[in-house]
Design a protein around this ligand. Structure first.
Ligand SMILES: NC(=O)C1=CN([C@@H]2O[C@H](COP(=O)(O)OP(=O)(O)OC[C@H]3O[C@@H](n4cnc5c(N)ncnc54)[C@H](OP(=O)(O)O)[C@@H]3O)[C@@H](O)[C@H]2O)[C@@H](O)CC1
Ligand SMILES: [K+]
Length: 495
């Protein structure tokens, strides 16, 4: 049940694309034919997607992205479409971009400097964004900024926007974007899908993504990351039950945390663990949280930390220990964290347990833990700023995973799951309903649960994160993103 490999799609960063590009050019002995194939692929996609549209406005930058746009404009014109090109190059073109520009000028298409575009009139038909591609930086200004604002405004009034290779203003590695980056309906991207389309604003800017390989060569390195669509979760039947089984078949979880003031966190984590299918769930928490916990989740076995040592809360070495939800930063939480870390069982280290981990640099994990930091917690563990981590989500997850020899879930708009052997999966779609306290507690419980009954820890973690996101999106649709509560996603786990 934990074979996710057939549901993974490779996603690349710009360095990988450049490496494949260089290898392909050297095999072919020239670079221009690939630009011609890019334009033909764009043309074919336009014909498929915008069959009834006759009017095209093509915005061309001065680099090779603009070259793709120029050749597409010429092809559209040759096939009888009404085409207007606006040129936003800030300096003289060269190489393939110049060659493509000459083809455009010879084609008879009406080409004007971008300064002639009347920004107060919205466009109809399709706007082609061929301003910046993988060579673009995300900060936009001047004419490029004006054109992007115009395209986005026109889209709101009904025009459709196709981005060539990448939306202008989006960083294809980080998913960070200029405030006015192009929001595309469709992005036709080349060689490999880009990781930045599945991180942060990329999830909004890229629209539907179509990847055209353009006969590029395959190279072994550099390593690609992978995308797992959270809606694919239904194909994995998470939590499928064997007809002949018992509670011992699905593992045991001990959830540790919930200091005074944080009783909700432990209740949500324990509920997440129980609802996601673990055979049995124990909780060790403050005495006063036991009654409300049992009122909500009577299948959970709850003990007070005042009554027994932590080792007694664990049934056997196969238990999964989830430590952190509501643990707090007082001596009570620190003592429980230290006891937990002395146990050899598999662990999910979440929330304030990550704080205690960050202030215990000598602690060695034993290669069997899952860490679940959000960006702020990751920054503390890596001793970096939040901005640095935000600009390098994938690399930050990889670094943490290597440093702690642990599977790491870096939680963000989508989440990045990294394994110490270098595997990386990005999963999740934007869900504003999750932007509330408690979402992480529910998730850590679900991760512990999936670890308990799926055999492969990395795959189990990917499944749990995707499942949580998919259920949250369904809960948001049913209850509204504003008022849905994180624990309510547990009512939407059935797939
Ligand atoms: N990979 C492949 O095999 C294939 C690649 N192909 C195509 O090539 C594209 C990559 O082309 P590329 O390298 O020329 O970069 P591109 O995105 O056109 O931009 C560079 C120009 O923009 C400028 N500039 C950058 N940021 C800016 C900003 N914020 N604001 C203002 N200016 C900015 C930058 O200026 P500079 O940095 O020099 O000052 C430079 O002039 C790729 O996305 C795909 O479409 C296809 O033909 C098929 C095969
Ligand atoms: K573009």
């Amino acid at each position: 049940m934990d074979g996710i490999s057939e549901l993974l799609f490779p996603v690349a960063n710009s360095a990988s694309i450049r490496a494949i590009e260089t290898a392909s050019f050297s095999v072919e002995g020239a670079s221009y034919p690939m630009m011609e194939r890019a334009a033909q692929a764009l043309f074919d996609q336009v014909c498929r997607r915008f069959q009834s549209v006759q009017k095209y406005t093509v915005l061309c930058g001065g680099g090779n992205n603009g070259g793709d746009g120029a050749l597409l404009a010429a092809l559209l014109f040759d096939h009888g479409m009404t085409v207007q090109v606006y040129d936003v190059a800030s300096k003289a073109r060269n190489g393939d971009a110049q060659k493509a520009w000459e083809v455009l000028l010879a084609s008879g298409v009406d080409v004007r400097p971008s300064s002639e575009l009347d920004g107060s009139a919205d466009a109809a038909g399709v706007i082609v964004d061929a301003i910046l591609g993988i060579g673009g930086r995300e900060e936009l200004q001047g004419e490029i900024l004006r054109l992007c604002c115009w395209a986005n405004r026109s889209r709101v009034s009904g025009a459709r926007v196709l981005s060539v290779d990448a939306p202008t203003g989006l960083n294809v590695d980080s998913g960070q974007a200029d405030l006015n980056a192009i929001i595309a309906d469709v992005t036709v991207t080349f060689i490999e899908d880009k990781q930045g389309f599945y991180l942060r604003k990329g999830l909004v800017c890229a629209g539907s993504v179509i990847c055209e390989k353009l006969n590029s060569v395959s190279i072994e390195s550099p390593k690609l990351s992978f995308r797992f669509e959270s809606s694919s979760i239904g194909k994995l039947s998470p939590c499928a039950r064997y007809p002949v089984s018992h509670k011992g078949s699905y593992g045991h979880i001990s959830v540790i945390g919930g200091d005074y003031g944080y009783g909700g966190a432990i209740i949500m984590a324990a509920s997440g663990a129980a609802r996601a299918g673990a055979g049995t769930v124990s909780v060790m928490t403050r005495e006063r949280h036991i009654a409300p916990l049992l009122a909500r989740s009577p299948s959970v076995m709850a003990v007070s930390s005042e009554d027994m040592p932590l080792t007694n809360a664990l049934r056997n070495d196969d238990s999964i220990l989830l430590v952190g939800p509501g643990l707090g930063r007082e001596p009570w939480g620190e003592a429980l964290f230290r006891q937990a870390m002395m146990l050899s069982c598999r662990k999910v280290i979440d929330a304030d347990a990550l704080y205690w981990l960050s202030v215990t640099p000598t602690l060695e994990l034993q290669g069997n833990a899952v860490l679940t930091p959000h960006v702020g917690e990751a920054a503390r563990l890596l001793e970096l700023s939040v901005d640095d981590v935000s600009a390098n989500l994938v690399n930050s997850a990889k670094s943490l995973s290597r440093r702690y020899s642990a599977v790491v879930v870096l939680k963000d708009v989508s989440s990045i799951i990294a394994a110490p052997d270098g595997r990386v999966v990005i999963t999740g779609n934007p869900c504003p309903g999750l932007a509330k306290g408690g979402s992480g507690d529910v998730l850590s419980g679900m991760i512990a649960s999936c670890l308990a009954y799926y055999s492969k820890p990395f795959e189990a973690t990917v499944i749990a994160v995707a499942w949580h996101n998919y259920a949250a999106i369904r809960a948001g649709r049913a209850l509204g993103d504003i008022c849905m509560q994180p624990y309510e996603l547990l009512e939407y786990l059935q797939v």
